[in-house]
Design a protein around this ligand. Structure first.
Ligand code: FES
Length: 135
């Protein structure tokens, strides 16, 4: 892997990059591509997918993969206030900190910002699935 940052980072070869506050950000889409009542999923690999939400004029980015049954679905979740609810079994997560409401699960959160009509997402670290880390 040829990450611009740490060895754990994606190289972001498919996305234009910039640096801000010591982090690498990737230009993942136009602001207009973000739907108003759902999210947009950004695919990096099977284990690393990010759901970006636009609520009012704020952007939020959390893992797209619901930890309940490890399903990439949260960009299609139901939005209410600053939460997203998984459409499969109803687990609800804060978009601000990724924590499940009423449970111990937590989504990875990412920094995200808009500039000149483009959406810039913090370069995600590669996530190794649990079954690989057990060896
Ligand atoms: S897969 Fe999301 S709540 Fe079950």
């Amino acid at each position: 892997m040829t990450g611009a940052g740490s060895a754990d980072a994606f190289d972001g070869a498919n996305f234009p990059q910039c640096e801000r506050d010591g982090k690498i950000f990737l230009d993942v889409c136009a602001l207009d591509e973000l739907p108003r009542k759902s999210g947009k999923a950004i695919f990096f690999d099977d284990e690393t997918q990010v759901a970006i939400f636009r609520i009012a004029e704020e952007l939020y980015a959390v893992s797209h993969i619901c930890p309940h049954q490890h399903v990439p679905i949260l960009a299609d979740g139901l939005l209410d206030d600053l939460t997203v609810t998984c459409p499969l079994h109803g687990w609800m997560y804060s978009l601000e900190n990724g924590k499940a409401l009423g449970g111990g699960a937590k989504l990875k959160t990412y920094k995200v910002f808009e500039e000149s009509g483009r959406v810039w997402l913090e370069q995600p670290k590669r996530i190794e699935p649990d079954w690989i880390m057990d060896f």
